[in-house]
Design a binder for this molecule. Structure first.
Ligand code: KG4
Ligand code: ZN
Length: 341
């Protein structure tokens, strides 16, 4: 079976074609970074308009890359939420309409389920059950995964998502949008323990996260160092390093706790922040110590892409869980409300 996947929930238009026997046949990605850069963050209306411009040309490019046509498709999957409502509506109305026109089923995909299943596109994929840490720009979730659609939320952020904290802290340090990867790069030059930030919510039991205090700790430190203009590059790097270390430590502490609580030895980490090098190194070490295994998507599939939507869509297509004709966008959509397969 073959499926076309459409991702448009934020600032990336991702299109992919996935075949359940041959694997990923095409994957096209257009990032709107330049569109939003001047504004220091994603402007929802501009995002929607750019998805309109890019979706169809990318679908054509994906057909060319996969050397196939619409006649070879068995379904179309599109992100139906969570995310920016206008942006989601673009991808979902294009996906729903093409499926209607081509007389094939449409499948509504949950964006975070896409992230969660992205490691299944890799050679090294996890067996069920596993614990998933989903760390993106909009969500920080710890989920016990017994199977596809069998998700129990163990913990989540009570305020900022991990990626959001990276982006906001990057802004405080005077870095451009999107700040997360730039902050990570700057942190590589930072000296360890020059500054030490708290590890929020780790001293109390529980698996929830809170990252907004870390952002405040950074803001105070920058002020104490004479403001962002007063800080030299090394001081900025030291602050970035302290922030990143605090986030990664907090995530490892909570994941270790979740693995112990569930008795599971397999951990999946996905979403934009899972591309972070320091995070990968520390988790690798932690999982070795626990005689467990950690699984990631390849770096380019950590951030938003069409491949993960095509893969998740394929699982739901095979289960005949089709989207109705009156498909809506779901800006908020709890992952534990999805049906099992
Ligand atoms: O999954 P994603 O592409 O979009 C959402 O679903 O939100 O995640 C984007 C987030 C952004 O906040 C970005 O700054 C962060 O992931 N990110 C990183 C890195 N690469 C992307 N954060 C830390 N280190 C990175 N290397
Ligand atoms: Zn995402």
């Amino acid at each position: 079976m073959r499926i076309l996947g459409i991702e448009s929930s934020c600032d990336e238009t991702g299109i992919a074609i996935y075949d359940d026997e041959k694997g990923l046949l095409a994957h096209q990605l257009y990032s709107q970074i330049k569109v939003h850069a001047d504004y220091g963050g994603v402007v929802p209306e501009l995002a929607s308009r750019d998805h309109i411009r890019k979706a169809l040309p990318l679908i054509e490019a994906a057909f060319e890359e996969a050397n196939c046509t619409a006649e070879d498709l068995d379904g179309i999957a599109f992100t139906a939420g969570p995310g920016l409502v206008g942006a989601i509506l673009v991808g979902s109305s294009i996906g729903r309409s093409l499926a209607f026109g081509w007389d094939i089923p449409a499948v509504a995909v949950h964006h975070m389920e896409g992230h969660l299943l992205a490691p299944m596109l890799e050679e090294k994929k996890p067996d069920f059950p596993f614990v998933a840490l989903l760390v993106s720009g909009g969500h920080t979730l710890l989920v016990e995964v017994k199977g596809i659609g069998q998700y129990q939320i163990l913990g989540e952020s009570v305020d900022d998502a991990a990626g959001e904290a990276f982006d906001k802290t990057a802004k405080l340090l005077g870095l451009d949008y999107p700040g997360g990867p730039l902050l990570a790069k700057l942190a590589e030059q930072g000296e360890d323990k020059k500054f030490v930030f708290p590890r929020p919510m780790t001293s109390k039991p529980g698996l929830d996260f809170s990252f907004s205090g870390l952002k405040t700790a950074t803001a105070i430190t920058i002020r104490e160092q004479g403001g962002v203009e007063g800080c030299d590059e090394q001081t900025k790097a030291d602050i970035a390093h302290a922030f990143q270390t605090a986030v990664v430590d907090t995530l490892t502490i909570k994941c270790k706790r979740a693995l112990k609580q569930t008795g599971i030895k397999r951990l999946v980490i996905a979403g934009g922040v899972s591309a972070n090098k320091d995070l990968r190194e520390k988790f690798e070490r932690m999982m070795q110590g626990m005689q467990g295994e950690v699984f990631y998507p390849r770096t380019e599939f950590c951030t938003d892409n069409g491949a993960m939507i095509a893969y998740a869509g394929m699982q739901r297509l095979k289960a005949k869980q089709y989207a109705p004709m009156d498909m809506k966008a779901y800006p908020r959509w709890p992952i534990d409300s999805l049906p099992p397969i």
